[in-house]
Design a protein around this ligand. Structure first.
Ligand SMILES: Cc1cc2nc3c(=O)[nH]c(=O)nc-3n(C[C@H](O)[C@H](O)[C@H](O)COP(=O)(O)OP(=O)(O)OC[C@H]3O[C@@H](n4cnc5c(N)ncnc54)[C@H](O)[C@@H]3O)c2cc1C
Length: 499
């Protein structure tokens, strides 16, 4: 029987100030724990999670999709619904704060949550099985009226009454497929939209600080290089940071995102670090192209998944940011980067996939695979020719931490009473920033009364069958060494842009 021997005064260390670490810290502090310190190697207090200023975790980004559409996964759907309620409250809290009550990087006009809607469309005439299951589960929760199935006579009839004038047309067919006589099937989800990722992390860090959480940030003081173990080696009792200092903990939460296996290679049969490919289009200044700013504004343009959420090339995109940036991502293949990593505690060497970002381990010019660029360009040429004329302005590898089954892993490390892993975001963790920690506290405080969520996220291995690509290992086709990387020349569209 596992017991929770933590008192409210017990020193708790959280490694990682991304979504998983921040949300855990916030809810633990709100539950009465008074001695929480979050360590992160990145100076988020200085760069406010801004990727332009060097932040490079998955949680540091312009925008992420907020959706409660989860196919058959009702637990995630419910959790996402709960999260939406808190996102709304956060918007209100920010807008009613005076500027001196807000942290660097936030103003009272910022909205961390934008309910612009999410269009998941197929280029054939069929709704995917994922959409059908989602509709069933949303109907089951009494929320069917929030969903609009394109082409469904009832939904098409009520749409003009639900949306602002002209909005339904713009948001349900932003690629003008009907006008071109092309087929269009899909669902427009009015509960969904995007969250402003870096700003939301800045806000959560601010809430944490107000609740008494301490942050130790930066390359030396905040970077964890070693877990300190009890003399018998059975319990984690603290960390050593890159400045050589030791910090003691009663309980340690490892929430290092894509760096989790790098720091704790024992987890590598369950979690794998993979690269997601993202490109940016920069709109010309607003005065020179007001029509483009209008067209891609969240008021007129939705978050979209092109060709289906769970099939097709995995292309999705967002309305423009306030700086006129349109982000488009490719999920068709998540790439791996295998390197030799030495477990700092055991000395054992492992070959595992690790992040290689623009800033880590060394600054480098970002590039993504040609496969990703070609897939995005094909969609842009077909569906968003205005962007093709601009060309791709920049790219990024954003590092996922994928679990065996795309579910999170939030559980105590077996055999170590002092450590928990809180990770496995698998490309869909951001939306839960305002709610994830609630479940973390439950998992910590009630180790023997496992809720459905706690069971979903428990420590698990899989001996047979596919393991979400983990089984491919270094010799698999997704390995970066087997990919052709794009060059700046590939970012241009050439003649095709004039289509
Ligand atoms: C391309 C892409 C698209 C995504 N799109 C969506 C989406 O649309 N919707 C959605 O809900 N989710 C999305 N996600 C998933 C979401 O971004 C992640 O699930 C979430 O941000 C993960 O948070 P995290 O805290 O686990 O990891 P991270 O954000 O990576 O944070 C981990 C932190 O640990 C720190 N750290 C690492 N090593 C150390 C060390 N040695 N010492 C101290 N600190 C350390 C890092 O600096 C970092 O700040 C996407 C992810 C990617 C990659």
């Amino acid at each position: 029987m596992v017991t929770s021997s933590l008192s409210h005064e017990s020193p708790i260390i959280i490694v990682g100030a991304g979504v998983f670490g921040l949300s855990s810290a916030l809810y633990l502090a709100q539950a009465g724990y008074t001695n929480i310190t979050v360590f992160d190697k990145q100076p988020y207090d200085k760069n406010a999670y801004s990727t332009a200023d060097g932040a490079d975790a998955a949680s540091a980004d312009f925008n992420k999709v907020m959706r409660m559409s989860y196919g058959e996964e009702l637990d995630y759907q419910r959790l996402a619904w709960d999260a939406i309620q808190v996102w709304r409250v956060w918007n209100k809290q920010i807008s009613s704060s005076s500027s001196h009550d807000l942290p660097k990087g936030l103003t009272s006009s910022d909205k961390v949550w934008n309910n612009c809607g999410f269009l998941r469309m197929s280029t054939d005439d069929e709704l995917t099985q994922f959409e059908k299951s989602t509709l069933e589960n949303i109907t089951r929760e009494g929320l069917r009226s929030t969903q609009f199935v394109i082409g469904d006579p009832d939904d098409e009839k009520r749409a003009p009454h639900y949306f602002r004038e002209g909005e339904w047309h713009k948001k349900s067919d932003p690629f003008h497929r009907r006008r071109q006589g092309k087929s269009l099937a899909g669902v427009f989800d009015t509960t969904a939209g995007f969250v402003e990722a870096s700003k939301a992390c800045t806000w959560t860090m601010h809430l944490c600080r107000k609740s008494g959480v301490r942050f130790v940030l930066g390359e030396k003081a905040g970077q964890v290089s070693f877990f300190v173990k009890s003399p018998d080696g059975n319990k984690t009792i603290g960390i050593r940071t890159a400045d050589g200092k030791e910090h003691r903990s009663e309980f340690l939460i490892l929430a290092a995102g894509a760096w989790t296996p790098y720091l704790f290679p024992t987890i590598s049969p369950m979690l794998e670090t993979t690269a997601g490919s993202v490109v940016y289009f920069q709109l010309p200044p607003q005065k020179d192209a007001p029509h483009l700013w209008e067209r891609f504004s969240p008021d007129n343009f939705p978050v979209f998944a092109y060709g289906g959420w769970s099939k097709g090339a995995g292309i999705g995109g967002f309305p423009r940011t306030s700086d006129g940036i349109v982000k488009i991502g490719y999920r068709g293949t998540k790439h791996t980067n295998y390197e030799e990593v030495q477990d700092q505690n055991t000395g054992t060497k492992h070959r595992i996939s690790v992040p290689k970002t623009r800033y880590w381990p060394h600054p480098s010019e970002p590039t993504i695979t040609k496969q990703a660029v070609e897939a995005i360009k094909a969609v842009v040429v077909e569906a968003l020719p205005e962007l093709a004329e601009l060309g791709i302005a920049g790219c990024r590898n954003c590092w996922y931490i994928d679990s065996l089954d795309n579910g999170f892993i939030i559980d105590r490390v077996p055999g170590d009473g002092g450590m928990m892993v809180c990770s496995g975001g698998s490309g869909h963790g951001f939306k839960f920033l305002p709610i994830l920690g609630r479940e973390v506290v439950n998992i910590i405080e009630k180790p023997n009364e496992k809720s459905p969520i706690a069971k979903l996220w428990q420590w698990r291995t899989k001996s047979t069958g596919p393991k979400n690509g983990l089984e491919q290992g270094e010799s698999g086709p997704r390995n970066w060494t087997r990919q052709e990387m794009a060059t700046r020349r590939d970012f241009n569209f050439g003649e095709t842009a004039k289509l």
